[in-house]
Design a protein around this ligand. Structure first.
Ligand code: DON
Length: 307
C-alpha cells in the first residue's frame, strides 16, 4: 500500500478514539487547545513528504525539544555528559522528585525533566549565557528542519515559568547536590523557552531525519552528530522517550520515539524516514493517546518497526 493511503486509513481508524484522554492543564496556556485534533506526517530520506489531518497545525513541542538539546550537549561534552545524567529508564513520571533525592541529584536520563534541566544547564555553561544557549538551540532546530521560521511561543514559556514549581524544585535539589553550574532561574528560563518552541508535524518529521541516518541529515548532507552518538540517542529514545510508559510504547510501536505534553510524538525509522503525530489529548503517562495508537497502527500495517 502507498504511504499516503496508509496515513488515510490510520486517520479513519483513529477518528473514533478522538475525545478520549485529556489535554495538559498544568500549563494553563496549553489547556485551551482543541482535543479533537489529529495530524500525522512522514518525511522520507529523499525529502518526499506525506501528511494527513492537522499535519501543518503548529503546536508546542514541549519535551520533544529534549532530543535537540541532548544532541547539542552530547556534541559539546561527549562522554563527559554521562557524569551528570545517566542513561537508564526511570520507571517514574516525567516530573518525579523522589528518585532524584535518593540518587544524589543525578537524573536517570536526559528525557525526564530533571535530566533535561541538567542538559540545559550544561548548554548555558558551554555557550556562556542563557541567551546564547537558547539562540544555539533554536538555530540547531532550524538546521535540522531546514526551516528558519520556527520560533518560540513566549506566552507558553511565561506560563510555564509562572507555574513550574516542580521544575524549580528539581533544579533546586540538583543544585543542593552540586550537579548544577548556573543560576536556577536563568537555566529554567532557557528550559521553558525550548519547551515552548512551536512546530507542526511536517516540520518535526523533517527535523528528525538526522537520527534516522547515523547523525547525518540526508537532505542537507550535513553531519549533525557522529554515528555512535546517533546510535546512543536512538537507544535512549527507545528506552526512555515516553517516561514510565517507555516500555509500553516500545511494545506497541517498536521504534525510537519522543513525546511531549503538547500532544506531539516523533518516531525514527532507521535508514528510511521520520514520522511525527499530533493529537493533544494525553493518556495517564502524559503521552498523546491517539498519537500512540496511530504509530502502533503504522508499524503494524507497514512492518516498519525495528523488530
Ligand atoms: O517541564 C515541563 O513540565 C514541560 N515543559 C515539558 C514536559 C513534557 O512535555 C513532558 N512530556 N510528556
Amino acid at each position: 500500500m502507498e504511504l499516503k493511503d496508509v496515513l488515510s486509513e490510520i486517520h479513519q481508524e483513529v477518528a473514533p478514539l478522538l475525545g478520549q484522554g485529556k489535554v495538559a492543564t498544568y500549563i494553563p496556556a496549553l489547556a485551551n487547545v482543541d482535543p479533537m485534533q489529529f495530524g500525522m506526517a512522514i518525511t522520507l530520506n529523499n525529502g518526499q513528504q506525506f501528511g494527513v489531518g492537522s499535519y501543518q497545525t503548529a503546536f508546542s513541542i514541549q519535551s520533544i525539544s529534549k532530543v535537540f538539546t541532548y544532541t547539542l550537549a552530547l556534541r559539546a561534552y561527549q562522554d563527559g555528559l554521562y557524569k551528570r545524567v545517566w542513561r537508564e529508564p526511570s520507571g517514574n513520571p516525567f516530573n518525579s522528585l523522589v528518585q532524584l533525592e535518593y540518587e544524589a541529584g543525578i537524573p536517570r536520563n536526559p528525557f525526564i525533566n530533571a535530566g533535561a534541566i541538567v542538559v540545559c544547564d550544561s548548554l548555558v555553561s558551554h555557550f556562556s549565557s542563557e541567551t546564547k544557549a537558547f539562540d544555539k538551540i533554536l538555530s540547531f532546530i532550524h538546521e535540522c528542519s531546514g526551516d528558519s521560521n520556527i520560533t518560540v511561543d513566549e506566552v507558553v514559556a511565561q506560563s510555564e515559568m509562572e507555574h513550574g514549581y516542580r521544575n524549580l524544585a528539581l533544579a533546586g535539589l540538583m543544585k543542593s547536590f552540586g550537579n548544577f553550574d548556573n543560576g536556577i532561574i536563568e537555566v529554567l528560563k532557557t528550559y521553558f523557552k525550548h519547551c515552548s518552541i512551536v512546530m507542526n508535524a511536517q516540520q518535526l518529521s523533517r527535523s528528525m531525519l538526522y537520527l534516522a541516518n547515523d547523525g547525518t541529515d540526508p537532505i542537507s548532507k550535513k553531519q549533525l552528530i557522529n554515528s555512535t552518538q546517533a546510535k546512543r540517542i536512538n537507544s535512549l529514545l527507545l528506552t526512555c522517550g515516553h517516561y514510565d510508559a517507555s516500555g509500553d510504547f516500545a511494545f506497541r510501536v517498536g521504534l525510537p520515539g519522543k513525546s511531549g505534553v503538547g500532544g506531539g510524538i516523533v518516531a525514527v525509522v532507521p535508514g528510511v524516514m521520520a514520522i511525527a503525530v499530533y493529537s493533544p489529548a494525553l493518556n495517564e503517562s502524559g503521552n498523546s493517546l491517539v498519537g500512540t495508537k496511530a504509530l502502533e497502527l503504522f508499524t503494524t500495517k507497514t512492518g516498519y518497526s525495528i523488530f
